[in-house]
Design a protein around this ligand. Sequence first.
Ligand code: AMP
Ligand code: MG
Length: 403
Amino acid sequence: MLSVEEAQDRVLSVFERLPDEPVELLDALGRALAEEVVSGLDIPPHDNSAMDGYAVRAADTRGASEASPRRLRIVSDVAAGYVSARDVEPGTAIRIMTGAPVPRGGEAVIQVELTERVGDEVLVRAEVEPGANIRRAGEDVRASQRVLSAGTQLRPAEVGVLASLGLREVRCVRRPRVGILATGDELVEPGEPLAPGKIYNANAYSTAAQTLEAGGEPVMLGIARDTREHLKRRLDEALARKLDLLVSSGGVSVGDFDLVKDMLSAEGQMDFWQVNMKPGKPLAFGSISGVPLLGLPGNPVSSMVSFELFARPAIRSMLGLPLASRREVEAEMCDHYRKTDSRRHYVRVRVEGDADSGYRAYLTGEQGSGILTSLTRGNGLAIVPEDWPDVRPGRRVRVRLLE
Ligand code: AMP
Ligand code: MG
């Protein structure tokens, strides 16, 4: 029996970062930046006004107040997107809009609310210090400054920053193509009628969704029937699709109808492991024609938990992203969780509370490995160590948050 960590190490040992490719800005959301991004310009590119108002000499406002305003001659105006042809000379002001470049000689901007326009003159009713209401060139980003580092996962803010640098595309790590194959005579695709004895293929879709969430590109390979010929056909089709990882589900348990195991062994180098965890003890890992293959157990909860522990880190490793991506918190268990074996349990819980008041974990109900709704009702997996007998209310457990 392997520990979870031993199995993870063995899986991760075969993956490395994939090559990168140019990606258009709007396709870059969520993707892993492959290069360091250095700014080619100052942002903002020029000193500009933070307010609608008047660009002035600071000295011209000295002593100005409600009671004794200073009177300046308005010589021009400048809107965002234009450059003033006039300078601010002593005794004059230039009307300026937010974002407009500050004209030469403009030491400060006085906001319009503190002024009153009288014909071609403006009454200034307050003092302004030099630099007031001026956003300096480069105050956000300096030319040649390193703005984003390689390995950053791009969020909307990073996409915005890249656009502010004038970039239309960036280099991102290629998304791993993950083939997803379900196995079993009992499976029917969602949308099809359900004949007696059949169930819908849940795993292919949960696996595809987990793949997307992890940053991979799912390649749906359909259902392989429990016959040698059909499984072989599906594997051959899979290998024609340039995969970085093939994830199958079902057919790897001990004492199971061993067709899937036989077939995978015959077609490539496969190991069939028992991992000291629950749900999801059986796990197959190896490669077929050079493509790494991870064989997840068939039970829907086992499949999802095993994906979380083994496939997700593999995908992140191919993306060059940090592997420990999930937040973990210490929570007080509020229900009694019964455990009779010495496996590590991943218990579906709903976590409430916060860092200040403390986190509390509640079981999401029946914990069978076929109860997929135990995952929909929760937001985390409580990690109950191998050597704990059972978990009484009040005991503190580590919980991996899945959101
Ligand atoms: P197996 O490991 O193939 O014996 O499957 C274990 C259990 O998981 C059986 O009850 C299967 O019917 C079920 N199962 C296998 N594959 C899927 C799937 N793709 N979707 C839903 N349940 C599945
Ligand atoms: Mg099966």
